[in-house]
Design a protein around this ligand. Structure first.
Ligand code: ATP
Ligand code: MG
Length: 574
């Protein structure tokens, strides 16, 4: 089954069941809190909160759409089997018309009967301290198919939202076919208030999203989205024009140029901020790779031509002339920036990873190009890993608050560890910063002295802490760490610092980051009445809260391994 049939079947299926068909909205959302439209639900948000009236606007409480969606957060995933920056999201939505039972039954019927696919398994929310397990969803799945495999997952995987610091949110259930996640059903049954408390929504809502490209892939027996009819003409053309490039780069070319076409058609122009910056980055990445790999085929005009031919029937606003003109102008500009960047590089006597990142950000030269073109072999000692860490630091910032608009710009404070855009965010990250100190101290108390910091990164939403430890932490250990920290929070100990020489500080037993660069005179921040009796002490520049009670209760979320012997924890504060 190919894309056109899937589009039609999806829409018809829901239309027959009382859903009003709503066209895709622009990639440039009216909602000012996001940079680009990331999901089908975007245009429907006001209907969940009753700021808008679905009966009035659609004549129905249920709608169906195929939405152009863009995920800047997935740029680094491009090249794998299942991610694109731009994809089309099939979705059905209900603003109080129906809830879990109907939504799951519809999805099951469509996937297994209409599409004839076999579900590998589904996931459901297993519950946590704040929200109970979603037993209702499990029961509905069991009633439909008693043999279905149900995997219970945590908040990271199976609880959605809210975007920003308040709004509708709720548990989700995801459907997997041939190892690929094809559909996510979100049940908005709560409203998260600004203070973090959840309230039951009077009228719960349904919001689902299914990637068209992924559905076509599994229907067509393909193991990756680039082999579907949606992407294969594009990737084939790329390979024709650049036969030597590796698969990952070919996919990047296909994805980035296709996305660029859609962004341009929706009125976005390359610039240094917001959506324009995203577009610029996509185009420049392609050009830089072209230069680096010495590709002579004219990707920049031939690929958009294929894209328009393939998609203009569904998206008539895609026009070759406009797209080629915009890309052409950007190409000219970048050639200038590219040569400026190369000049800047040539002037460097030293090249740190931060320098490399600066050049990447300012002139748009990708890391590989910087390494290759740096003079006197300066690039040789730069490691991709470190660059990625630097990149991630910045990316995490723009991820904070799910694609929030400031996206790494206009920071008040950026200590490398801690970033904030305004007073309110500064307060929040400061609490998370202190929480990180307490957590490190607690980790050492629970796991022993082998624990030592390998990195940390704090955004408005969470702190992320990397440390040495050989194995996965048990649930008990995590609970112990949480409890220890929360006891200290409860005690509301003073959180203060003493200034001393670096030597004295290290002697005092204060923790320090082995990679950190410290001046001869340093501050040791500690929790408690004296340095000797402190629960935590650590070399640090601040800022911190003045009493541990201000931190609020912490909760440890996702645990990961980031390298051999290095664990990563994320924690949030209440
Ligand atoms: P994944 O974990 O695979 O990145 P996700 O959990 O981020 O997916 P959702 O936010 O739930 O995905 O989006 C709903 C659906 O949209 C997914 O089930 C998937 O089919 C599709 N989808 C999500 N991100 C992408 C992407 N970058 N490219 C293509 N399809 C995607
Ligand atoms: Mg994703």
């Amino acid at each position: 089954m190919q894309s056109e049939e899937v589009r039609e079947k999806f829409i018809k299926f829901f239309e027959k069941r009382g859903h009003k068909v709503v066209p895709s909205s622009s990639l440039l959302p009216t909602d000012p809190s996001v940079l680009l439209t990331t999901a089908g639900v975007q245009q429907f948000k006001p209907y969940y909160t009753r700021e808008a009236d679905a009966m009035h606007d659609f004549g129905s409480l249920n709608v169906v759409s195929i939405q152009k969606s863009f995920r800047t957060t997935d740029i680094d995933e491009i090249g794998d089997e299942t991610h694109l920056t731009l994809f089309e999201m099939l979705g059905n939505f209900s603003f109080g018309g129906y809830f879990k039972k109907e939504a799951i039954e519809y999805a099951h019927e469509l996937v297994t009967k209409e599409f004839g696919l076999q579900i590998d398994y589904v996931t459901v929310f297993k519950g946590d301290k704040d929200v109970p397990e979603d037993v209702e969803t499990q029961k509905i799945w069991k009633d439909i198919d008693s043999g279905i495999e149900i995997k219970k997952m945590g908040r990271e995987e199976n609880f959605w939202g809210p975007t920003g610091n308040e709004g509708p949110c709720g548990p989700t259930t995801e459907i997997f076919v041939n190892g690929i996640e094809i559909w996510n059903l979100v049940f908005n049954e709560f409203y998260q208030r600004q203070d973090g408390k959840l309230e039951k929504l009077a009228i719960p809502g349904v919001d689902t999203g299914s990637g068209l490209e992924r559905v076509v892939a599994v229907l067509d027996g393909k193991d990756n989205i680039f082999d579907t009819d949606l992407l294969s003409p594009i990737i084939q053309k790329v390979k024709e024009l650049a036969p030597e490039v590796e698969e990952r780069i070919a996919r990047i070319f296909a994805d980035h140029l296709r996305s660029s076409c859609f962004l341009i058609a929706d009125g976005i122009r390359p610039s240094n901020k917001e959506a324009g910056y995203v577009l610029r980055k996509l185009i420049r990445r392609v050009i830089a790779y072209e230069v680096q790999l010495d590709i002579h085929g004219d990707l920049l005009s031939e690929i958009p031509t294929v894209v328009v031919d393939k998609f203009h029937k569904v998206y008539p606003n895609l026009t070759k002339e406009e797209i080629l003109k915009v890309i052409g102008v950007e190409k000219k500009k970048f050639k200038v920036a590219l040569s400026r960047g190369l000049k800047e590089l040539a002037l460097r006597k030293e090249l740190t990873i931060q320098d490399a990142f600066f050049i990447y950000e300012t002139y748009g030269l990708p890391f590989e190009l910087i390494v290759e073109m740096a003079p006197r072999d300066l690039g040789k000692k730069l490691r991709r890993e470190d660059f990625e860490k630097e990149f991630e630091k910045h990316q995490e910032t723009s991820r904070a608050g799910k694609e929030r608009k400031f996206g790494g710009h206009g920071m008040l404070l950026d200590t490398g560890e801690l970033k904030a855009a305004d007073e309110e965010e500064l307060k929040k990250v400061t609490r998370l910063h202190t929480a990180t100190h307490l957590m490190q101290a607690a980790l050492k108390k629970v796991l022993g002295d082998d624990v030592s910091q390998r990195g940390s990164d704090i955004t408005v939403e969470r702190t992320r802490f990397d440390f040495t430890f050989e194995r996965k932490l048990t649930d008990e250990e995590i609970t112990k760490v949480e409890n220890l920290v929360n006891e200290v929070v409860e005690k509301d100990l003073p959180f203060q610092y003493e200034e001393m020489s670096l030597e004295e500080a290290k002697k005092s037993g204060a923790l320090f980051f082995f990679k950190g660069k410290y001046p001869p005179k340093v501050k040791v921040y500690y929790s408690g009445d004296s340095l000797e009796s402190a629960f935590s002490k650590e070399l640090c520049g601040g800022p911190h809260v003045t009493h541990t009670g201000e931190v609020g209760k912490i909760k440890i979320g996702k645990q990961e391994a980031v390298a051999e012997g290095v664990r990563r924890l994320r924690a949030t504060v209440q």
